[in-house]
Design a protein around this ligand. Structure first.
Ligand SMILES: Nc1nc2c(ncn2[C@@H]2O[C@H](COP(=O)(O)OP(=O)(O)OP(=O)(O)O)[C@@H](O)[C@H]2O)c(=O)[nH]1
Ligand SMILES: [Mg+2]
Ligand SMILES: [Zn+2]
Length: 357
């Protein structure tokens, strides 16, 4: 097999020494849905499943392939089998915060990209706080961030560009319009052959529209924004890696409901710090505070140190969040049940299962 064959797919690395003699093929994960993967191979796109061994070894979410990953796969049988995930050069992830005060799993969003485009639409309200959170996530990824103010045909952008330049001198910022083509030339400097980009930003920011404009085709479905508040409708539902005519690859992502979830969870943590502290004392790390032995929350409710109404409003808050995020979290929990393993579940997920809907 030839590693050069994978160069068009953004492959930059050397194969780690431990795989020097591998009979498996380097492939790139282009999509993932419910534990099923699509791989780009020199022979075209194939669907794949992780090997039993990979599933068995995989304990954390980050042990499993994510869109953008380079993997070693056995293509000799009928369905491709992913045998190993190669080391990631960059990785976009979201730490999941839990209302119980524990830190849990990390959710991976994409891997092995050179640039993160942070899209913010000019037609709605621009929140610098939100922008800052996307940029923080980008910094952690290890890749270069670029602020892309979209829908430049709808509103003035000079002031905002100046503000961005002042606040984030190391992060290029530009305004574009997929509709009129304005700014698209300037944007193309990040789309050289072999480059991989991730598009991130809120739902309705015009990420998929941008991908279509860059592709010169309707490769991604796009959706209206709500008239009232210019919020998107979460049209893109899973992450997908696409090859552009320029020879660059781009990972389109769903608008991150999850980011606002993390915000809400942090808020819950702060508002209910007392409950978080109690939950940390439960005997079981995944205590649902129902009738598990050694439950510090139940104990506190019993002896009156925790007010029952306060406990109820905490649960109500979780229920509301669970409702908002049930869809976003579905694929995550499905992936896990597919793996057929009930790994130590987080308190928050239990809370969601219990109180969601
Ligand atoms: N006026 C104008 N509208 C745009 C532009 N780009 C996108 N839109 C509109 O914005 C809406 C949302 O676009 P999408 O591309 O679906 O947004 P998205 O960021 O992919 O949203 P999610 O997939 O939900 O995360 C659509 O109605 C687009 O037609 C633009 O440059 N100008
Ligand atoms: Mg989209
Ligand atoms: Zn408990």
């Amino acid at each position: 097999m030839s590693f050069e064959e994978m160069l068009p797919y953004g492959w930059q690395g050397e194969l780690p020494a431990e795989y020097a003699q591998t009979p498996w093929q380097v492939c790139r994960v282009s999509a993932e849905q419910r534990g099923l993967y699509e791989l780009l191979t020199p022979q075209g796109a194939v669907s794949a499943q992780p090997s039993g061994a990979l599933r068995h070894r995989g304990v954390l979410r980050e042990d499993f392939p994510v869109v953008g990953d380079f993997v070693l796969a056995d293509l000799s049988q009928g369905e491709a089998v992913i045998q190993a995930v190669l080391p990631r050069r960059t990785c976009l992830s979201r730490a999941q915060a839990y209302g119980t005060g524990r830190r849990g799993a990390v959710q991976l969003l994409a891997a092995n990209f050179d640039t993160v485009l942070v899209a913010q639409a000019l037609d709605g309200e621009i929140s610098l706080n939100r922008l800052e959170r996307y940029l923080a996530m980008t910094r952690q990824s290890g890749a270069q961030g670029v602020i892309v103010l979209t829908k430049a045909d709808t509103a003035p952008y000079d002031d905002l560009l100046a503000q961005c330049a002042q606040l984030y001198p190391d992060t290029p910022a530009l305004a574009v319009s997929a509709r009129t083509g304005f700014g698209m030339d300037a944007l193309s400097q990040w789309f050289a052959p072999g480059q991989t980009l991730v598009l991130t930003g809120p739902s309705g920011a015009g990420k998929s529209t941008l991908v279509n404009a860059l592709s010169g085709a309707q490769v991604m479905k796009t959706g209206d924004v709500r008239e009232a508040d210019a919020q998107g409708r979460h049209t893109t539902t899973h992450r997908e890696l696409l090859t552009l005519p320029t020879g660059a690859m781009v990972i389109d992502t769903p608008g991150i409901r999850a980011l606002s979830l993390a915000d809400a969870e942090n808020e819950a943590d702060e508002l209910f710090a007392d409950i978080a502290a109690l939950a940390a004392q439960c005997r079981f790390s995944d205590c649902r505070h129902e009738n598990e032995p050694g439950c510090a929350v139940r104990q506190a409710l019993q002896d009156g140190t925790l007010d029952a109404r306060r406990w109820k409003s905490y649960r109500d808050m979780l229920r509301q969040m669970g409702h908002q995020t049930a869809r976003a979290d579905l694929s995550f929990s499905r992936d896990r049940s597919r793996q057929g393993k009930e790994r130590s579940r987080t308190a928050r997920q239990n809370q969601r299962n219990k109180y969601g809907h």
